[in-house]
Design a protein around this ligand. Structure first.
Ligand code: MG
Length: 383
């Protein structure tokens, strides 16, 4: 008896059963997947998107997210989010929304765990610098680099490069590269990850910034979204103070955003009832917050930009990281022998500049600093 036959005869739930019971007609079904670039046999009991999630979790690029900063560096403490914990929060919130909307949670989870896998060291400072260094080679985007990781850099099989993810995951990630584009509307599962990402960083950057002492909750309460959220906390829990108030505010901020998206999107989906994922896309259906919350989020993000992301401590880190990355980019391009064999081989195929960009983008913050000290800093450089 095959594993698949055993699975059915033993009364265990197959992916198809589960999806037919739980998913809405507009959800992406595993059986409708366009498959993979290099065809592979189906797994007896894991669906294609579950396999994608597992391939992502087992990739080395995913593990390295634990050593990549989100907004704040390791020197600033150990409370705040890393790129990996941010990713987990996004996956958790996205699954909550996806479950309520009866979308495909396996696909949502795969997309959420994958969405930031292409981030270089030192957050957006690192990305901006690599973009400058590679300006005449088409620039650098972490969303595009995620596809390079998935299709070229990770190795899983002898016979082909990359993770061989489904076309739905690759296409959804590709839709993140140019979000203003007038191209096709992403799958609803991809849209859920997009809104969850924004909710997550608005909430956790607020939390981290207050915990690190960069701003106070009182200062943040000049923003209506925060003051209204604090008011709701007071109604629910009475007069909290200090860290209890901060934590309750962050939880409420997430809850408020999730509830708003569900209240905005749920009835609209119910009214329009797209009969398939394609119909939802063709009609341009968009998942997002209502107009009031969207405007309030913009205000909060403007405040965080001015008061947190441009804080003197972060600006100092940013210029140091940029200087290091520029020196490393030039240094490795001049001395390719310093690159690991994998990237020397890659330079033969794609040219030295892109290979060096790919190598640098894959580094964790700490490894990047170590390699800089080892080869390129004026005090530690080996000749
Ligand atoms: Mg993100």
């Amino acid at each position: 008896m095959s594993v698949a036959e055993f699975f059915t005869s033993a009364g265990l739930q197959t992916v198809e059963d589960r999806e037919s019971r739980l998913l809405a007609p507009y959800a992406m079904r595993s059986a409708a997947s366009q498959g993979r670039k290099y065809p592979e046999p189906e797994h007896p009991y894991r669906g294609p998107f579950q396999r994608d999630r597992d391939r992502i979790v087992h990739s080395s690029a995913y593990r390295r997210l634990s050593g990549k900063m989100q907004v704040f560096t390791g020197e600033m403490g150990d409370y705040h989010r890393t790129r990996l914990t941010h990713t987990h929060e996004v996956a958790s919130i996205a699954r909550t929304i996806g479950r309520a909307l009866r979308l495909n949670e396996d696909l949502i989870e795969a997309l959420a765990l994958f969405h930031d896998i292409g981030h270089p060291p030192f957050g957006h400072a690192g990305e901006d610098t690599l973009n400058e260094c590679l300006a005449d080679k088409g620039g650098f985007s972490h969303n595009r680099y995620a596809l390079v990781i998935a299709e070229q850099l990770e190795s899983r099989y002898q016979s082909f490069p990359g993770l061989n993810l489904t076309r739905e995951v690759l296409e959804s990630q590709a839709s993140r590269i140019d979000k203003s584009s007038t191209g096709p509307v992403p799958l609803l599962e991809a849209q859920v990850v997009e809104v969850a990402d924004s909710m997550t960083y608005d909430a956790h950057d607020t939390d981290d910034a207050v915990k690190l002492g960069l701003v106070t909750l009182d200062e943040l309460a000049t923003i209506p979204l925060v003051s209204e959220t604090i008011e709701r906390v007071r109604q629910r829990f009475g007069n909290l103070h200090g860290k209890l108030l901060r934590k309750a505010t962050v939880h409420e901020l997430i809850d408020r955003q999730v509830t708003d998206v569900l209240q905005t999107t749920g009835p609209e989906l119910d009214r329009r009832r797209p009969g398939s994922p394609d119909e939802a896309r063709r009609t341009g259906f968009r998942i997002g917050p209502g107009a009031t919350l969207a405007a309030q989020k913009t205000q909060l993000e403007a405040f965080l930009y001015e008061r947190v992301y441009r804080h003197p401590q972060l600006i100092a880190m940013r210029s140091r990281a940029q200087e290091q990355l520029r020196a490393m980019f030039t240094g490795y391009c001049r001395r390719p022998a310093l690159l690991p064999q994998k990237f020397r081989d890659r330079a033969e195929a794609v040219g030295i500049a892109i290979a060096v960009g790919d190598y640098l983008a894959g580094m964790t913050d700490r490894y990047c600093e170590q390699q800089y000290e080892r080869f390129f800093s004026t005090k530690g450089a080996q000749s």
